[in-house]
Design a protein around this ligand. Structure first.
Ligand code: PMV
Length: 313
């Protein structure tokens, strides 16, 4: 027997980090990138075949602790034996680039395991199990990555509140650019937690400002105000920089995007590496931006049409 589970990448339009502290965020499922987990019947111990490791699940390297734990927890939830199958994972989500790859691996694998054992999977159980993995990966996840990598609809997200799916219908394009440098979400989340302790007033102020921007951005999107959205994105990048979660490469791509006519630009995801996003008024401007970002050192770019909630082709 062979069963498959899938998930997708995600892009945070606005509100990363502040979302951990209860402020709103807006995120988009990034269907240009995906993860597929295939579970196949074999005999003997569970074999894991993914990324840089192929071998018994019990001997998986520490870097895969979040995945190994979620596999064990899922099988425990299903009350099934942890043997006689092989788990193969393939991914087009660049790892550790702020696109939610750690949550997406968990989502695809939990889905595959529930299908393999022919059990129904509720969204609540999927998110609970994914957050076990995310807690190991990040320490204090907001739950946004788990929600987005398992969904097809953009979301206005507030931790602990009911999901508010939020269709985008704007005349604008996002250009996503990968710095090619591994992001450090765990370190960045921990850094802000420490800042909160050492400078609570100032840190709280910056977090609140990010939350205000997310609220204003929701209104701007509803009114198709691309210029306001762009301004808010750039402002969010400055606040995230002040919180210490940007880096030289991200700042360089943000500056390049603004110099080449972007309506706004910011890092996306955990930061300190990973990806940035830039807003372009139309497809021609987006293509030009992508070329300029590649010339400035981006390793890869993707275009996202905000009118269609996705991609031209
Ligand atoms: O770097 P990513 O894709 O894991 O995104 C992290 C987003 C944060 O807001 C920084 C953390 C969180 O749990 O929401």
């Amino acid at each position: 027997m062979k069963k498959t589970g899938i998930s997708n990448g995600k892009i945070i339009l606005i509100g990363e980090h502040s979302v951990v502290y209860g402020e709103p965020a807006i995120a988009i499922p990034f269907l240009a990138t995906a993860i597929e987990t295939v579970i196949e019947t074999t005999t003997g111990p569970v074999i894991l075949d993914c990324f840089f490791y192929k071998g018994p699940l019990s001997q998986a390297p520490k870097r895969l602790l979040n995945l190994a734990t979620v596999i064990k927890e899922t099988v425990k939830t299903l009350a099934k034996p942890l043997e006689n199958f092989t788990i193969t994972i393939s991914s087009t989500i660049p790892a550790e680039r702020g696109m939610g790859s750690s949550a997406a691996v968990a989502v695809a694998t939990i889905r595959a395991l529930f299908r393999y054992f022919d059990e129904p999977l509720s969204n609540t159980v999927l998110l609970e199990l994914t957050n076990i993995s995310e807690t190991i990966a990040h320490g204090n996840p907001s739950g946004l990555d788990a929600a987005m990598t398992s969904s097809n609809s953009p979301l206005y997200y507030v931790k602990g509140q009911e999901f508010e799916f939020f269709p985008l219908n704007m005349t604008a394009y996002l250009v996503v650019a990968d710095t090619g440098i591994t992001g450090q979400t765990k370190e960045a989340v921990e850094h802000i937690a420490q800042l909160y302790q050492s400078a609570p007033k100032q840190t709280g102020y910056l977090i609140k400002q990010l939350g205000q921007l997310a609220k204003k951005t929701k209104l701007a999107i509803e009114k198709n105000q691309a210029i306001t959205l762009g301004t808010n994105m750039t402002q969010a990048h400055k606040l995230l920089s002040s919180l210490g979660v940007s880096n030289r490469e991200l700042d360089c791509l943000v500056d390049t995007a603004l110099d080449s006519g972007a309506l706004g630009a910011k890092l996306t995801g955990g930061g300190r590496g990973g990806c940035m996003i830039a807003l372009a008024k139309n497809e021609t401007a987006a293509k030009r931006l992508a070329t300029d970002l590649l010339e400035a050192g981006a390793q890869h770019t993707w275009l996202y049409n905000m009118r269609k909630d996705g991609y031209d082709d």
